[in-house]
Every structure is written in structure tokens, then in C-alpha cells.
Design a protein around this ligand. Sequence first.
Ligand code: ADP
Ligand code: ZN
Ligand code: MG
Length: 493
Amino acid sequence: MADYETVVGLEVHMQINTKSKVFCECSAKFGSEPNSNTCVICTSQPGAIPILNKKAVEAVVKTGLALNFTINKRCTFARKQYFYPDVPKNYQITQSDPPLCSGGKLAIIVGGKEKIVNIARIHLEEDAGKLVHEIGGKKLNYSLLDLNRAGVGLMELVTEPEISSPQEALEFLKELKNIVEYLETSECSMEEGKMRCDVNVSIRPVGQKEFGTRVEIKNMNSISGIRDAITYEVERQKEVLNSGGRLTQETRLWDAEERITKSMRSKEGALDYRYFPEPDLVPFDLMDSFVEELRKQVLELPKARKTRFMKDYGLSEYDAAYLTSVRMIADYYEESLNVLKNEKSGVLAKKFVVAAKTLANWISTELSAKLNASKTSIADAPVSSRNLAKLVSLILDGAISGKMAKTVFEEMYEKSTDPEMIVKEKGLMQISDESAIVKMCEEAVSESPKAVAEFKSGKERAVGAVIGLVMKKSKGQANPQLVNKILMEKLKT
Ligand code: ADP
Ligand code: ZN
Ligand code: MG
């Protein structure tokens, strides 16, 4: 049986993050009362004239710049003809040639190796409305039309057929989503349909230049679903070819429950959309200053931020990668770190690298575990960045031990309270007063003659029992480093 290679190309639609729609002033908000965000333009009334939203153009250009695209200054729109009830005009306003952005690239890391995926284009277009076939889970025997989404701005990004595995597709989409979220040009939430993907899949015998027949899986809305659909589709295509069959170019749908793709319609060659220039939107040129202004706004992307975190905060690559994997996590970290930086405590100034690392650990372990468990976004975390900074500051000042900090954190998460208040209320203050610890150490030494004798005869580990006794006497509140230091001094003399 022949060895096959997987070829995947993605078409990604992202809803542009603007307040209003792309050709009218209606709100682009998700989840409003059906048909409440509509006007003569987005309901396609005869004679209504579209007016281009400048912010939508900005978002597409910004995204293009971040992904190394060439920006085509000439901006033209076209009509793409097709009939569908959720597009009352019977055409969609989109861009044909040139798109706003052409020839971009995105680097992804798969199996420790970097790969550059070339992206053919990003163009600006309008979204369609929505047909509603059920209400409150009840199937209707008629269809309802909601035009709130009609005319919302979309950017469509089309990759070259250069993605060679389900994992690469997953990494590509994760990285794209991360960058676009950083830019805030789209919210990219797949659950709300703000990022949707058509996945083109084909296979070819290893070594063959010509592409195999491709299948297009339409309207995918989960990244892991896309990975699974490609995995399934590749296996299906292999089976067809290995049993002597032929593949047909067709559109398929992913059934997330049965976990298989199903044929929807065949697609022999390109559909004739009869693109022609949109007569109601005159072509115009973007000014250089417009593009350059946007270029300034895309300076720091996740990768650059990661490098800066390593350089400025002394973080490991692992920590920096985790923190910058999602913009909101990186923002939270830096807000929190700024609080620490502005503290008067001299200890922190000296221990900056320790503070940066301690804070990173609290976010990547305790906080993220809690957030994951309750499916909460860090933006809604019950522990504010300021309060987490205060907690870290209490730890670094030696006011509470790491163990106490965990108890305090539990309470902070439950009640969104200030750690200093919790420490005071619960009397959790760590004892760092040397004379008090010296006294407890002396008592403990005289109460543990056996352990002390063992220690003096060379069995260093015996000291553990004495430390334990001091901690017990202090109800766990003695500063462990101090206890250790004082006991050692006592026992060695
Ligand atoms: P269409 O509108 O017919 O879907 P597009 O040019 O918009 O055509 O999109 C084609 C997409 O399919 C691109 O992402 C491209 O990379 C991908 N593609 C083209 N040929 C193949 C192939 N043989 N196997 C997999 N993907 C392909
Ligand atoms: Zn409108
Ligand atoms: Mg397509």
C-alpha cells in the first residue's frame, strides 16, 4: 500500500471586532433580540447604499501587518452572487482581486521544530444572517430569519495548501487565534461563531508533485474538532484509494457526535459566483500614513512579549511561554508585577527576579488550577492582580510561609478578599521575631535529648524531629528558614 502525505489548506472566517456593522451603522453585537440590529442597508432594501466602516478596514490591515502580509493600497469590493434566504440581496459584498492583504506567513512550532505556513490572502467581506429552525430546543416546521448578523464585518484568511498534519492545523489555529486576540481585531470565540473554519483536505502518495482531489469540510467551530475531522478524513481517503476507489471533489460536514464526516454536496470545479465590481462602493487608495499608523500599533506580538518577559523578568522560556500564551494572562501578570514593583518594600527591589518567578508560579499553578476547575476566564478571576501581588509580597517579606499562603489563597479565591485582611483575621502571621524563635528552639533542644545526641554523633537528619517540635510549639507559624538557621547554630556549638 502506498505511503500518503496529508495536505491541508484552511479558510478562516473571523468576525471583525467593531461596534457597528461593515456597511451600515447597526450594532454588531452578538445575542441581541432577533432582527433588532437591522436597517434598510443590512436587510437589503432596494436602493439602500452601503457605507464602508473605516474601523473594519483598520482591523483587516492591522491583522495583515501582524502576519507579515503585503498590504494592497488599492481597496476594491466585488459582488459574489448566490441565492440563499439569509442573504436577501442574493449577493455578498466581498473582495475579489486584490484582497486587502496578500502573501502573509505565520510560524508555528510542531514537535519542537519551527514551520512557516504561507497564507495567500485576507479579505474583507460581510457576514450573512441566520436561519433559525428551532426555538428552545423545539424543532419548527418552518424557518425563521434573523438578520442581526447580516452585514457584520468578517475577515477571511486563506492559507496555502501547506499544512501537513492534524497537529499542524491545530497549532496554526491556536497561534492565529492568539495573535488576533492580542491585536483585538477579532474576539475569535468559536463558541459564538466569531471564528469559523472551512478545512480542505487531500492526500497524495509521498513524492508525488500533483495534489490529490480535495474535500472541503465546511463550517467547523472548534479547534480540536478540526484536528479530529482531519484525522478522520485522511483515514477515510486512504481507505478509498487503497481499495481502488476514486475520490470526488465534494463538500462534507463534520458530525461531532458520530465523529465522522458526511457528504453534503459534490463540487465539480469552481462554482460560478459571477464576481463583478460592486458599483455602490467606489475603489479608493489607502494613504501610506494610514497604514504606517497601524504598523506602529502592532509592535508587540506574543513572541516578542515572551522574549521580553525572559529578558526583563528573568523568566524561563517555559514560564514566559505559558504567560504569553493568552493575552489576558500576560496582562494579568504584568499588572500584578507592576503592583509589586511599586511597593515600597526594599526586599522586593533586591529580590525582583524571585518576585517575578514566584508570581509566575502562582499564576501557572494555583490560580490556573482554580480557574480551570470553575471554567472561569482570568479576566473574571475572583483574585485580582493587585491581591495576588499582595500575597506574593507577604511571602517574600517572610510574613507568611508558603504553606500558609495556600490557605490564604483558598480564602482569597472564595471571597475575593485582600490577603492582608485574611492574615490578620486568622492570626496567620508568621513569627519572624528572632528572640521568640530562639526561646522555642532552646525548649525544643532540651526536650529532645535523643535526637540531639544522634545529630551530634553525625546523623544530620535527626534534626528534623527538633524542627518539627519547634513548628508545633509555634502552631506552624515560625519562619522555617529562621528556625533552621537558629537550631543549626545551637546544635553546632
Ligand atoms: P474555494 O472557494 O473553492 O474553496 P479557495 O481558493 O477560496 O477555493 O480555497 C481553497 C483552499 O483550499 C485554500 O485554503 C487552499 O490552500 C486549499 N487547497 C487547495 N487545493 C488543495 C488540495 N489539493 N488539498 C488541500 N487543500 C487544498
Ligand atoms: Zn444595518
Ligand atoms: Mg472554500
